[in-house]
Design a protein around this ligand. Structure first.
Ligand SMILES: [Zn+2]
Length: 238
């Protein structure tokens, strides 16, 4: 696993060059954003210990796909009783079958929810809603990749933890489902691309200074990078 410091408050953990999680420092402990693939728990706990002695007290999920919740159960076991936080809407996709609920609400696009949804045994302790503050992170609704996808914005340093709302593989910011052409996995796992574009347009209103997303390297830059990505995506949607 590759560990890289990305700001005064956070580190990027990358496995297989492609799957990212983020360790975010709070005053007395760490928050881990997403839990990666199965088999990552010990690597991430060891990496956090090498950075500082504070515990990982919170596991914060952007969405319920398997490459983001893969080590949730193992981490929850190893860490004792961490907080586990996920969006209220997305939480319906977090349990294993048959408790998992893939139904759609009346106001939502009636497309099938896609991608790997293995579910977890660990349930959430916190159900998040758009606009609230979780530690230092502002909760930002960003549906499209999944119906209840959330992004998190660190107002201390302008880092947008975008999950799979955005993709930076290749070093450029893309709306999920709109490139780069050689990295198609998130596109096939995306529920509703027009909704993803609308979410990205709203994310571009944030005073972003850096993009830290689920797949791809960290990109330094302001909201103009995302506005350009939205324009490219809108041109393809037409
Ligand atoms: Zn995903």
């Amino acid at each position: 696993m590759n560990v890289r410091r990305i700001s005064d408050h956070s580190y990027q953990f990358t496995r297989f060059g492609l799957v990212n999680c983020y360790l975010v420092r709070e005053s007395d402990s760490f928050t881990l954003i997403d839990t990666g693939l199965p088999g990552s728990a010990k690597l991430m706990i060891d990496a956090a210990r090498a950075i500082a002695s504070e515990p990982i007290a919170r596991l914060l999920l952007t969405h319920a796909h398997g490459d983001h919740i893969g080590s949730l159960d193992a981490l929850a076991r190893a860490l004792g009783e961490p907080q586990v936080a996920i969006g209220k809407r997305e939480a319906r996709l977090l349990p294993k079958k048959p408790a998992q609920d893939r139904s759609l609400d009346p106001g939502e696009p009636q497309c099938k929810v896609k991608g790997s949804l293995p579910g977890a045994l660990t349930g959430p302790t916190h159900l998040l809603s758009e606009g609230e503050l979780y530690g230092s992170l502002r909760v930002v609704g960003s549906p499209g990749h999944t119906p209840g996808h959330l992004a998190y914005f660190d107002e201390r340093d302008g880092t947008l933890y975008g999950g799979d709302a955005l993709v930076t593989v290749g070093g450029e910011v893309h709306v999920v489902g709109f490139g780069p052409w050689y990295f198609t996995l998130p596109k096939f796992g995306t529920w509703h691309r027009p909704t993803a574009v609308a979410s990205a347009r709203r994310l571009a209103d944030l005073p972003i200074r850096r993009y830290a997303v689920g797949h791809g390297r960290v990109v330094e830059g302001g909201p103009e990078l995302l506005r350009e990505a939205v324009q490219r995506a809108e041109a393809k949607l037409r």
